[in-house]
Design a protein around this ligand. Structure first.
Ligand SMILES: Nc1ncnc2c1ncn2[C@@H]1O[C@H](COP(=O)(O)OP(=O)(O)OP(=O)(O)O)[C@@H](O)[C@H]1O
Ligand SMILES: [Mg+2]
Length: 254
């Protein structure tokens, strides 16, 4: 569905240039949930932004269903893809009610927009009483669910999630992750899940890419519920999670 071929992108900082993306190859097949992990500053959000054509690339190409996405033909790509950012507060217009926020992406929809919204509200465990509230009157988890719902209303084929469960408590994280899994199963929604949280990634993804300093350094497909990485950096990264999980299990059994 989505393919990045040899994509590079640099940022200039006064005298020096920094490669935020360095010859990146990445693919997401229809129906897959693919994870993208890496330390802060490794280029994950840059990758999401260039895919969504919010920034230009220096070299390489981005293909959607086999067609190169360009600024000219990005309209059809936008109809099929949605990007959700980490910071739900910044993404929601503070002077609009939740109803106005949710109606906006449905401007061109024919039929009963309110009914469509009401139907989808229950999917993200929000109620009609949320509709007349302003973003400032919602909890962080509710805000992220409104943000997610806004992207889901147009029924995208591809959803790119950039750290959408960071800063949420574990219970709400799990709710959102389970919702994404359900959407993937029921609507065959393809998901690129960008996250710091390795535990979330291990739980929900079929395949994971590891990024470091703008490069994809490792990739693994889950087999028998586990990932097998070859690069020492990713082994370290994931071993520490496994380690703490085992410790937690030991603590629980004590
Ligand atoms: N608009 C920009 N102008 C200049 N440099 C930028 C810009 N955006 C990102 N960078 C730099 O590019 C590199 C990659 O940043 P990016 O935001 O993609 O990282 P990230 O992996 O998403 O990090 P995090 O996990 O903290 O969100 C960083 O070194 C960052 O400082
Ligand atoms: Mg980021």
């Amino acid at each position: 569905m989505l393919e990045l071929v040899n994509v590079s992108k640099s940022y200039r900082h006064r005298v020096e240039t920094k490669k935020a993306l360095d010859s990146v190859h990445l693919s997401v097949n229809t129906g897959e949930i693919v994870g993208l992990v890496g330390e802060s500053g490794s280029g994950k959000s840059t990758l999401a932004r260039v895919v969504m054509q919010l920034e230009s690339i220096e070299s390489g190409s981005i293909l959607f269903n086999g067609q190169t996405v360009t600024r000219k033909n990005r309209k059809s790509f936008y109809e099929a893809s949605q990007l959700i950012f980490q910071n739900a507060s910044a993404a929601l217009n503070p002077s609009w009610t939740v109803r106005e926020i949710l109606l906006e992406p449905l401007r061109t929809m024919k039929g009963d927009r309110e009914a469509h919204i009401r139907h989808m509200l229950t999917r993200v465990k929000l109620s009609e009483s949320h509709l007349q509230r302003y973003p400032s009157e919602l909890s962080g988890g509710e805000r992220q669910r409104v943000n997610l719902l806004r992207s889901l209303l147009v029924e995208p084929k591809l959803l790119i999630c950039d750290e959408i469960v960071s800063n949420l408590d574990r219970l709400i994280q799990k709710e959102i992750i389970d919702l994404l899994l359900e959407l993937n199963r029921e609507m065959r929604m393809t998901i690129l899940f960008i996250a710091h949280d390795l535990q979330a990634v291990m739980y929900m993804c079929n395949r994971v890419y590891v990024m470091k300093d703008g490069e994809i350094i490792d990739e693994s497909t889950k087999t028998n519920g586990e990932f097998h990485f070859s690069h020492s950096y990713s082994k370290q990264l994931f071993d520490s999670v496994l380690g703490s999980r085992i410790k937690a299990q030991i603590n629980e059994s004590l």
